[in-house]
Design a protein around this ligand. Structure first.
Ligand code: PEP
Ligand code: MG
Length: 292
């Protein structure tokens, strides 16, 4: 099977009935890209920007962030690159920034909730991203959005960063601003959000829908895509198709060939995954055809 799957690596993903599926990468930083060929994928669907903030005693400055984002954009050429703003808290603590001693960190001040409470930190990242947007096909995505007002406030901060850069005469561009759909409330009210694109974070969407911790092996059965989770995923995919907004799925489900039929059946046409999953997922796509 491995050898057969490897033959798919360099080809575009196409279903048995001829539908093109976009296969994107999830990466944790520019170093992940060194062994990879950009021609094998349709772009980068998720850059977890935590790599800039973890394991150090100082927050990364604007120039350092800009250099890292440019390295990723350079690798991708004209392919889209979706960089997610800092998703700290929950399973990703950043000493000195995230709250210590939260009773329930996964339900606490994490992701965009944290960034909105630290505009002085968030502004540096938004400025670096707006400057990087000049250099490639950059999209910016925010994690852990629950209500439309959070995304609105984020858009205001991006506007402010752009106005500041313009005032200083620093080259910058406005990247599309999208959101992760990983809180059930966001999936249920997806039409109310002013997002340029959507990406389903199934790792967190499953844990919050099933009330089952994503890192508890004993509850692995509950992490399988249940009818409830699939209904939320399909709802977001249908909304995207109806409004012409791109919807991808970038949680671990997208990298598991056995789940590809359900995800395509739910209407998804863009899947973002770890580099090691690309060949096997393309092979699974090639075996699938729409029902009826
Ligand atoms: C997710 O929640 O599915 C996701 C892609 O984000 P992370 O795993 O980084 O929380
Ligand atoms: Mg998540």
């Amino acid at each position: 099977r491995r050898a057969v799957e490897a033959a798919y690596l360099a080809k575009p993903a196409v279903t048995a009935d001829g539908t093109r599926v976009r296969v994107m990468l999830n990466i944790a930083g520019p170093d992940d890209l060194a062994p990879l060929d950009p021609a094998h994928v349709d772009g980068i669907g998720l850059v977890r920007s935590e790599f800039l903030f973890q394991g150090r005693d100082r927050l990364p400055g604007e120039e350092e962030q800009l250099a890292a984002y440019r390295r990723i954009l350079d690798w991708a050429g004209d392919r889209p690159v979706t960089i997610r703003t800092l998703d700290a808290g929950g399973d990703k603590p950043i000493p000195g920034l995230t709250r210590a001693g939260e009773g329930n960190p996964f339900l606490g001040v994490r992701g965009l909730r944290l960034s909105l409470r630290h505009p002085e930190v968030f502004r540096v990242q938004l400025r670096a991203l707006a400057r990087a947007a000049v250099a490639g096909n950059l999209k910016v995505m925010v994690p852990m959005v629950s209500v439309p007002d959070e995304l609105r406030r984020c858009r205001d901060l991006l506007d402010e960063a752009l106005a500041g850069l313009e005032g200083e005469g620093v080259p910058a561009a406005r990247p599309p601003l999208g959101m992760m759909v990983e809180v059930p409330a966001a999936a249920l009210s997806v039409a109310d959000f002013d997002a340029d694109f959507l990406s389903i974070g199934s790792n967190d969407l499953i844990q919050y829908t099933m009330a089952a911790s994503r890192d508890e092996p004993e509850l692995a059965e509950l992490a399988e895509p249940s009818p409830a989770v699939m209904e939320l995923i399909a709802r977001v995919a249908v909304h995207g198709a109806a409004t012409g907004r791109e919807v991808s799925l970038c949680g671990d489900l997208a990298g598991e060939p056995r789940h590809v039929p359900a995800l395509l059946g739910a209407g998804l046409r863009t899947l973002s995954m770890a580099p090691t999953s690309v060949a096997a997922v393309k092979a699974a796509v090639a075996r699938w055809r729409a029902a009826g």
